[in-house]
Design a protein around this ligand. Structure first.
Ligand code: XLF
Length: 324
């Protein structure tokens, strides 16, 4: 079925049907006829053909760094439902934190002529420069002039150190992540500077990847002498859940022997036992701010380049005040 069939069924010209489809002026009687003809012919306008004409396709590319991580699953869900509300469809590209995948997906998105792109934790910033498509980033800001949204990760790291010390921990360990994750580097910075300003020593252990179905370095947890520590801050919730599992496996009690703090407040943090104290990154707010900023850029409006959202402590069982 095409526009000609609709026009014939309605007994009006193709130009009038086209005017209706493009929101032009049309009498209410003609409108009723067109709508009835569209219903009877089951006609759907060709969005690609229209897109070429108006240079707008109502699609947004979302470069998701890791669909296996519950925080990112929540983030994509928030962005998708908000985009739907605003009349946009999402092309979901799961990069798996892999530079080659991200580059290839970027070319595909350019080919599909998406109206805008949201990146997350990008590791190929240069490729986005000069592509002539509005881009906003979750974490890993592309350049000083492009918009990036993240929680205030330095502050989040400080809050994590603070709660462990307030709850009485004296021997701290920090499990950090890959240094290509700028947010994580900032969390580590916040944690270490808070410890240093209080004159507390700490150790750092670095994981080389995020959770992609498993954590590649999980086996290395057995090399850590966990009994030396009574408080650990882990760079995100999914890694903290794995730390929790390991600690329970080796017979340690959380929080009595060792307290654990994660980062994200993703749904997994309240599902693990004991439930996880964590730093909230509000996925709903982040998703909305990312999309609102992108839509503003698409309209040629000014948007702030470095948007920081305040992280909040969510205290659960893994840091309860000790009972001895
Ligand atoms: O990039 C950081 C590290 O992991 C991101 O915000 C996350 O916390 C998601 O789990």
């Amino acid at each position: 079925m095409n526009i000609r069939d609709v026009a014939e069924k309605a007994g009006i010209s193709i130009a009038t049907v086209s005017r209706y489809l493009n929101g032009g002026p049309i009498s209410s009687e003609t409108r009723k006829k067109v709508e009835e003809a569209i219903r009877l012919t089951n006609y759907v306008p060709n969005a690609c053909a229209r897109g070429i004409f108006v240079n707008k396709y109502n699609t947004i590319g979302l470069m998701l760094s890791n669909i296996n991580n519950p925080f990112f699953t929540q983030l994509v869900s928030e962005i998708e439902s908000y985009a739907y509300e605003k009349g946009y469809a999402i092309y979901l590209c799961n990069t798996n934190d892999d530079v080659e995948r991200e580059k290839r997906y970027l070319n595909m998105l350019r080919g599909y002529r998406v109206d805008g792109i949201i990146t997350s934790r990008t590791q190929c910033k240069d490729e986005y420069l000069g592509i002539n498509i509005p881009v906003v980033s979750f974490e890993n800001q592309i350049s000083e002039d492009t918009c990036a949204v993240s929680t205030n990760n330095v502050k989040g790291g400080m809050i994590a150190a603070d709660i462990l010390l307030e709850r009485g921990a004296k021997n701290l360990l920090h499990i950090t992540g890959p240094n290509t994750f700028e947010a994580v580097t900032n969390r580590t910075l916040g944690f270490t500077s808070e410890c240093q300003s209080r004159g507390v020593s700490f150790d750092i252990f670095e994981l080389s990847s995020d959770f992609h179905g498993s954590i590649e370095d999980y086996h290395l947890f057995s090399e850590i002498n966990w009994r030396m520590y009574d408080g650990v801050f882990v760079f995100n919730d999914i890694a903290a859940a794995l730390v929790t599992k390991h600690l329970l496996n080796i017979g340690l009690n959380i929080p009595d022997d060792i307290m654990v703090v994660g980062y994200d407040n993703s749904f997994i943090s309240s599902l693990v036992t004991p439930s996880l104290t964590t730093i909230d990154q509000p996925s709903k707010e982040i998703g909305r701010v990312l999309l609102d900023s992108l839509l503003a850029l698409m309209k040629g409006e000014y948007v702030e380049t470095n948007i920081l959202i305040d992280p909040i402590l969510i205290e659960r069982e893994s840091t309860k005040v000790r009972n001895h």
